[in-house]
Every structure is written in C-alpha cells, then in structure tokens.
Design a protein around this ligand. Sequence first.
Ligand SMILES: NC(=O)c1ccc[n+]([C@@H]2O[C@H](COP(=O)([O-])OP(=O)(O)OC[C@H]3O[C@@H](n4cnc5c(N)ncnc54)[C@H](O)[C@@H]3O)[C@@H](O)[C@H]2O)c1
Length: 282
Amino acid sequence: MAKKLAVIGAGLMGSGIAQVSAQAGWDVVLRDVTDEALARGKGGIEASYEKFVAKGKLAASDAEQALARITTTTDLEATAEADIVVEAVFERIDVKREIFQTLDKLVKDEAVLASNTSAIPITKIAAATSRPERVVGAHFFSPVPMMQLCELVRGYKTSDETLATAREFAESVGKTCVVVNRDVAGFVTTRLISALVVEATKLYESGVASAEDIDTACKLGFGHAMGPLATADLTGIDILMHATDNIYTESQDEKFAPPEIMRRMVDAGDIGRKSGQGFYTH
Ligand SMILES: NC(=O)c1ccc[n+]([C@@H]2O[C@H](COP(=O)([O-])OP(=O)(O)OC[C@H]3O[C@@H](n4cnc5c(N)ncnc54)[C@H](O)[C@@H]3O)[C@@H](O)[C@H]2O)c1
C-alpha cells in the first residue's frame, strides 16, 4: 500500500489530515506558502498529540515518531514522490485549479490527487489536470482527529481505481467513508444540512416554533447532537447561506433557496457565534 502522502495547505484541515496520517504510519510532506503557516500548522499538530498523550490515548513514543514522519516545506516540488496528494487550501476555485495544474506536472503519473473542498465540483478541479480520472474529492470533517467521516466524491471522470485508492487511504487513517457517486453541488452532507437549516429557518421565520424548540425537537426527536439553528450559528450563517445558495444556483431546486430572513441576518451582520448574535445571542 502507498505510504507517501503530500498535504497542500497547513491550515485547520491540512494540519489535521497530516496529523492523523502521520499517526497511521504515512510519511507526510506538508506544504504551505509561508514558513509562518507551516510553523502554526506543525505547532497545532504537536499540541494536539500532546493532548492525546496527556489523556492516555496515545503513547508518547508514538506521538514522537508520528511527528518525525511530518516534513514541512514551502516547495511544491517536494511533493513529487507522493503516492497521494490531498489539497486543503482556501476554498477558491482559481487557487485550487492552479495547484492541481502544477501538481499534475510534478507528481508521478500513477499518483492520486484528492481535494478536501467542501463544495467546489471535483470535475472543475480535475479539468485543470491531464489526469481527471485520478482526481477525487476527499472531504474530511473538522476537527479531523475527532470526526470519523470522510465523504469521497467522484468527479465526472474519476476512475473506480482512484476511488478505491482514496478509500484505502481514508480508512487507513481511521475514517469511515461514504461515496458520492455523482458530482452534485453540496455533495451529500452539505445538501442534507442545507435542507434541514433552510426548513428550520422557515419554521422559525413564520413563528411556527422558537429557535430553542426547533433545535430541541431535532435533538430529542431525532437524536441529533446539535439542532440545525445552533449548527448554523456555530458554522456561520453567512457560510451556510453561501453553501445553500450555491446548491440552489446549480440545482434550481426551490428547497435550497435561502429564506429571506437568512439573507437579512447576513446583511445585518447577525451571522452567529463569531458576531455574538445569530438565531441565539452568544
Ligand atoms: N474548516 C472546515 O470546517 C472545513 C471542513 C471540511 C472541508 N474544508 C475545506 O478544506 C479546505 C481548507 O480549509 P481550512 O479550514 O483548513 O482553511 P485554512 O484557512 O485554515 O487553511 C488554508 C491554508 O492553505 C494555505 N494556502 C493557500 N494557498 C496555498 C498554496 N498555493 N499552497 C499551499 N498552501 C496554500 C494557507 O496559507 C492556509 O494555511 C477548504 O477547501 C475548505 O472548504 C473545511
């Protein structure tokens, strides 16, 4: 099995993916554009390993060995030997396409190129390369060391072999995969949370129930860990509205049209926890 991984982007997601992969025995090259970003990413990994060690969930020697398996670099060429590359840079299609175009020239032909995008169609990223059949979505969840899900997304040309390699990788780092067979906007997870948040917002907007009661209904009625409106506040109402609007634009399905109150909350800056006010006061 392939054991050399390159991770592009040492932010929240990239460092998390590097962390779980190194712990699972992968040799990881972690690449970002500045030494500061790399230091922050590696520092976060170290601190997280320390927490697991303190809780008795990881042996100190294993943490030390895992950390030694992570090399940081600002040089994209250092990824050339990778068997799998996972890209986790900003959610901007121009940035991602440029990276994939360069990776395509650098990385060996048989390597698989994966993107951790939450919403950009994999087909659009894959089209920047000469190997769209070896490009796949590998959508990890935050925080990566804690969240078990990896949503694997087939682009229009992704091969079965590529999907199998991505699955093997994600499972080797302890994740459970779900496969999105068609490259639809929002994949499976963002479509589900968007539909739920839109309907919860409509119920709230029309005065059918309070935010607290809508969330309590989902928690106690369906066993959700968190209600949809509290989730929207945590994620950022602006971010969720943007995601929902994207799905609506692509699918023209009315159920994803952001309700008016959601747009006004964003206009007013009431975007959830980060602003102190959303569906709840924080
Ligand atoms: N944050 C989440 O909860 C979450 C969950 C799932 C998926 N995602 C997706 O993961 C990706 C990364 O998100 P994040 O939250 O880690 O972002 P982040 O802002 O924490 O990190 C992005 C990193 O990419 C780096 N970067 C930018 N251009 C680069 C380049 N050309 N080469 C190398 N590094 C570069 C930045 O310096 C930064 O360190 C996005 O596509 C996002 O949609 C995020």
